[in-house]
Ligand binder design. Sequence first.
Ligand SMILES: [Zn+2]
Length: 582
Amino acid sequence: MLEDNELRDATRKIALLNAVKHDGRAQEGAVIGKILGERSDLRSKAKEVSTLVSTVVREVNNLSYEEQKRFVEEKWPEELVREKVEEEKHLPPLPSVDKYKQVITRFSPNPDCVLHLGSARAIVLCYEYAQLYQGKFILRFEDTDPKIKRPVLEFYERIREDLAWLGCRPNEEYIQSDRISIYYEYAEKLLKAGNAYVCTCQPELFRERTLAKQPCDCRGLPVKENMLRWKRMLQGEYSEGEAVVRVKTDLCHPNPAVRDWPALRVIDVSKFPHPRVGTKYHVWPLYNLACGVDDHLLGITHIIRGKEHLTNQVRQEYMYKHLGWKYPEAIHYGRLKITGAYLSKSKIVQGIKEGLFKDWDDPRLATFAALRRRGITPEAIKRMIIDVGPKTQDVVLSWENLYAYNRKILDPVAERYFFVQDPIELTVDKIPKVFNVKLAMHPARPEGKGREYTIKPEKGDGAAKFWVSKKDIDTSKIGNTIRLMELFNMRIKNASIYSAEASFASESYEQAKQMKAQLIHWIPVGEDMPCQVVMQDATVVEGIAESLCKRLKPNAIVQFERYGFVRIDETGEKLAAYYAHK
Ligand SMILES: [Zn+2]
């Protein structure tokens, strides 16, 4: 036990502040998160901290809101202001952390597709919880179905890359197709103990019997006979569909899908070779056997996954009982739907095959590869998932939600540039003097480095030429006063789809404001470079950008003013960018 008065006082302060912030109820997870965030030396003692926090939070929550508030106002009035600013949510605590030496979580994808936003919740929660408790995060490839959910070699590596990009690097990695002999070993244990049997019934017949809560003829066979059948299975004497190992359950379980579930089956690997181990095995474990055995052997303490897995837990618990194991803590979160996002693996794979999508990072997809290319930051994804947390209710989010997180991260740092979509040439005459203008790289840092231009009117008519967007100046604007941002105001004389003409009107921004003049962006002719932007729907917008953009490096994320945030994809003579969002 940590018996450190100073720590106890600090915990009490954090708990009180948290309680005042949350209508009188301090939240354990938030308090633990804050302490471990401030005191990295305590991370190895996360268990004790969590016990201490439990006690303190209980005490604090026993006080009335008025009492809590009075404490804070008297002792730390300055914190009341500060706490309002810090509005970051923390994860709620995991259950029963005390029971384990170390928290171990796992993310276990089937490498039959690249990862997409639908996997973000499992990854981020498992990783963040492992971090929070100084535990271990395991990546386990569940690749034991060479037939229907066929793994593909390139996806193993792509998945590793996606995790690294998300900042969720695993501490350990396992691949189930390397562990087949382990699954055989446990299948044999179950068979030898009479807790499993080799069923050779027609699937139809088996289904009929289980629906009637009746055993099939194989269930009562002596262990010796089952071991013989098992040997034959391994020797390849059964063809696909002729034999399956079943784990015994209660035949009266209310859910027929739980009753004597299949654990291993025969696959014709001459037709469906495994991409890693080829034709080496023709008996393959099914999901519940492989996953259940691994969760135990790898010491997983907390399984964090979608509630669609609840039935699998019920199935696996029978096997755990047979083997004398204790089932890990299981947290089942609700469905996370993102409206408008393509989250069906099979549709993604099919779309790529048919050429509907260009590649895994096609901007129409919600794959991590696509999000990365578009300039969606991993921090935005993480932040969104942590805010949603592991709650059991279903959650519906939209692209806009994700963009809002991303914008919050990019807006304070992204450099600003002008990009003119569908440019037309604008000639402004009667400019009375030379204008030296400095456009800020960021509105919050007007004093810093800027984009500097000298607008030098020609002798005679005092004209200068600019690129502006066709959208901003058309025939309907003739006679209007428009302001070239940060430069001057002008009156439109003429406009067509190729060019426009205007006369200098005045310099002051105040005047533009009074007249409610439209503010548009511009690029001096000669200071431009071609630029194309790939939009979310994969269409390409052509335009020109400030030639200063030449200095940008691929992967830079900038804001094209009045247009949106983009990620620079290619530089050179022509700039190529991917559109992120407004
Ligand atoms: Zn049978």
